[in-house]
Ligand binder design. Structure first.
Ligand SMILES: Cc1cc2nc3c(=O)[nH]c(=O)nc-3n(C[C@H](O)[C@H](O)[C@H](O)COP(=O)(O)OP(=O)(O)OC[C@H]3O[C@@H](n4cnc5c(N)ncnc54)[C@H](O)[C@@H]3O)c2cc1C
Length: 391
């Protein structure tokens, strides 16, 4: 039996033990279960919590391909919305980039992360996978692929042949991978809000203003995400609904471009724009995936897309080893993923520089020049389009 309860009654054993049921852990679990490889997911939150946690929404073409190719795309194909235009607003007016006609001609699919996670949980359980919800991993041994976790029943132990650390940026597994981590605080914070209101503009809109950046992103027909640049460390509770809408009206220049569709704010949190990348994302029998492997700022909407890319690479490497006795893809896991992680980091940083200038005239003038180039130069637009949707 796999997973099974061991003779002591406290040890679970499976082939691939997965910490965390976010996009990374659930995509990995689904791909392995589909190939008859036993998995067990240990997840700190309840099922209700993981299925209602609103975060990402913009999935690139590689993520859509992975989900559809592996039979995980029914919800995405049915309810996801294709999105191929973004707009930049500033003191010189507004311009749109139809990135579906630039670069490789690819688009995003807008599908809220909580809907994706809901689909992935249901499909994983259908494929025979097992999830321990409400179980917090407290300790990891990468050599024996063992974790200790604390749940409602008290402390337990689970072992596997391999261990996948998919427990996000504040998880436990990443600490078991030695070696330096390169960290960068980009010095910028965003107030991320969800508004119970339809989107105000057809396109993702980036507004550049002396008060700070503001962003508008579709999520679903009833819910829209907005971002407001705020001072680092700001308390989200000081941002009342009225204050948020007033700041958005100013920075989105509604007098010039039209009113916003307003509604109650249902979530507000301050997100520090940070990056963390380590030299390698594997150690002994432990492999890190998604935010546990590297943290990226949400400025270019890459985090969930990297998580899905890495989950597919790791699943394919494990399948090669377990079914074909070929250990080379698994040995190369870090080398395969890290160059893509760094390209995403580079573009995210590029977006941060575009959207937030240091508070001096020289840098503001440079940013304006970059925006003009993006508005007028086809080569620059193609660069943007390829990096915006790709990994
Ligand atoms: C406001 C915001 C907007 C974003 N927008 C986008 C976007 O549009 N596009 C995009 O690609 N990305 C976006 N991202 C990033 C994206 O949400 C993350 O990169 C993505 O969730 C990473 O998936 P993951 O599975 O690696 O980690 P997570 O989703 O963080 O999942 C980790 C799981 O591990 C569990 N866990 C943690 N610790 C433990 C423990 N000790 N024991 C057991 N379980 C544990 C957690 O409960 C969680 O369920 C956004 C992020 C934010 C904050």
């Amino acid at each position: 039996m796999d997973p099974q309860r061991g003779p002591e009654g406290v040890v679970d054993h499976t082939t691939v033990l997965i910490a965390g049921a976010g996009p990374a852990g659930l995509v990995l679990g689904n791909l392995l279960q589909a190939q008859g490889i036993g998995t067990l997911i240990v997840e700190r939150a309840s099922r209700e919590q993981v299925q209602t946690r609103a975060r990402a929404g913009f999935l690139g073409p590689n993520s859509a391909r992975v989900l559809v190719e592996h039979g995980l795309g029914a919800g995405l194909l049915h309810k996801g919305r294709s999105h191929g235009v973004c707009a930049f607003r500033g003191e010189d007016g507004e311009f749109e980039l139809d990135y579906s006609r630039l670069g490789q001609g690819e688009v995003h699919t807008v599908y809220p992360q909580q809907d994706l996670v809901t689909d992935l949980v249901a499909e994983y359980l259908d494929r025979g996978g097992e999830i321990r919800f409400g179980a917090t991993v407290t300790d990891v041994d990468s050599g024996t692929a063992t974790i200790r976790y604390r749940g409602e029943q008290g402390d337990s132990v689970a072992t596997g042949r391999f261990l996948a650390g998919c427990d996000g940026s504040n998880g436990v597994t990443r600490r078991a991978v030695p070696g330096p981590r390169l960290t960068q605080d980009h010095g910028v914070s965003w107030l991320a809000v969800l508004a119970e209101a339809p989107q105000s503009m057809a396109a993702v809109t980036y507004a550049i203003h002396d008060d700070g950046f503001a962003g508008h992103m579709a999520r679903s027909p009833e819910v829209t995400r907005y971002y407001l640049q705020v001072p680092p460390g700001d308390d989200p509770e000081t941002w009342t609904d009225d204050r948020i809408w007033a700041a958005l009206r100013t920075r989105m220049r509604v007098d010039e471009f039209g009113q916003l569709k307003e509604g109650p704010i249902t979530e507000r949190r301050v997100v520090r724009l940070r990056s963390e990348v380590s030299d390698r994302i594997q150690h002994d029998r432990l492999f890190l995936v998604g935010d546990a492997a590297s943290l990226i700022s949400p400025s270019a909407a890459k985090g969930a897309n990297l998580a899905i890319m890495e989950a597919e690479v790791l699943a394919s490497a494990l399948i090669s080893l377990l079914h074909n006795d070929d250990e080379r893809p698994l040995a190369a896991y870090s080398r395969t993923c890290l160059p893509r992680v760094w390209r995403a980091q580079e573009f995210s940083r590029w977006m941060i520089d575009l959207l937030h200038a240091p508070d001096d005239d020289f840098h503001r003038a440079l940013r304006r020049a970059r925006l003009h180039s993006l508005r007028d130069c086809r080569a620059h637009q193609n660069f943007f389009a390829e990096h915006y949707v790709g990994i």
